[in-house]
Design a protein around this ligand. Structure first.
Ligand SMILES: [Mn+2]
Length: 335
């Protein structure tokens, strides 16, 4: 397997993570399988190295991730602010995992200052914030979970791994690649998968928990989108889907229900780009996906205050749902 890190940096990381230290590990707002997998795995790796750890996420995560090993130890900041802030103040090390900017911590960074000299950032999103003390950035990686495994492998820390950690890491690699369907092209990607299976991860368990464990509301919402809220523009190769607040409410929306919807129109012949517009209480969210060389991050950044990868980006709008959708449609040819 090719290495992806500077060997000295890897050595410095593991030296820095010394027994007796306290570490807080952060996942981003709207935690996904990769954020949870990477933080839970790294927390257990550090615990096995003698540190005491706490995983904190800004807001709640979808119930279909609650099976993950140690998921019950995660603290959600919203609603548990005081305990989280105490843990953060007492921490020697702050690990940012699967996000690239302080702002992705939602209310946490609105309310308290995180000292950059304590921050280690491990992430695969492009353009990481440089105001941190140690940076592991690898945009070519499938997932932060893959990056965590490589930190273990390149640091010769295999003895810290166990089946639970491997399951957490495999979860992020599965969810960030749509079940190995994109960003999962290289022999090294499957080399990491192979190593995780060897360490005790069970592929069928991860797939069953993640993909065959849906709420009825997800299925109902999918029906609404496909039947009524889908517009296909074949001359541009673009699909647009939308869900209003009333669509969500009528179908009993629960957090995480719409995850992956935006990828589905890419399965239509002639469609290379896909957008999902969702009306939430505080803002309208846009998710963008594309295939191959077709890029969506520039458009997300320019028109909807967002950004991301070439093939997967997000944005948001403070305009009304109707106006956001209108503005998207008006500028669609620039996507
Ligand atoms: Mn990720």
């Amino acid at each position: 397997m090719n290495t992806i890190y500077n060997a000295t940096l890897v050595e410095q990381f593991w030296l820095r993570m010394q027994a007796g230290k306290k570490a807080v590990l952060f996942g981003h707002k709207n935690p996904d399988g990769d954020a949870l997998g990477a933080t839970l795995a790294m927390a257990q790796l550090l615990e096995n190295s003698g540190l005491s750890t706490r995983v904190i996420v800004p807001d709640a995560f979808p119930g279909f991730y609650s099976w993950m090993p140690k998921a019950d130890t995660v603290w959600v900041y919203d609603g548990n602010e005081q305990a989280c802030e105490e843990a953060i103040q007492q921490a020697d090390e702050l690990l940012f995992m699967d996000f690239n900017q302080y702002g992705r911590l939602g209310n946490i960074t609105k309310n308290i200052v995180l000292e950059p000299q304590k921050v280690v950032l491990i992430d695969h999103h492009p353009n990481p914030c440089s105001d941190v003390d140690m940076l592991f950035s690898h945009p070519a990686a499938s997932s932060t979970c893959e990056m965590v495994y490589r930190l273990v492998a390149e640091g010769n820390k295999h003895d810290l791994l166990n089946a639970g950690i491997a399951a957490c890491l495999l979860t992020g690699m599965v969810t960030d690649t749509g079940g190995f369907s994109y960003n999962a092209e290289t022999p090294d990607f499957f080399g990491v998968v192979s190593a995780l299976l060897t360490a005790g991860a069970v592929k069928s368990e991860v797939f069953n928990q993640v993909f065959y464990n849906n709420n009825e509301s997800r299925f109902r919402l999918l029906g609404t989108v496909l039947q009524n809220n889908l517009s296909l523009n074949y001359s541009l190769g673009v699909a647009v889907m939308w869900l209003s607040a009333s669509d969500l409410e009528r179908n009993g929306f629960q957090k995480g229900d719409t995850e992956g919807f935006v990828n589905m129109p890419l399965s239509i012949r002639g469609i290379q780009k896909s957008v999902l517009v969702t009306e939430h209480a505080d803002e309208v969210k846009l998710s963008f996906r594309s295939q191959g060389d077709a890029a969506v991050n520039g458009f997300a950044e320019k028109y909807f205050n967002g950004g991301g990868h070439r093939n997967a980006a997000g944005g948001h709008s403070k305009e009304s749902f109707e106006n956001t959708l209108k503005r998207l449609m008006k500028n669609l040819e620039k996507l």
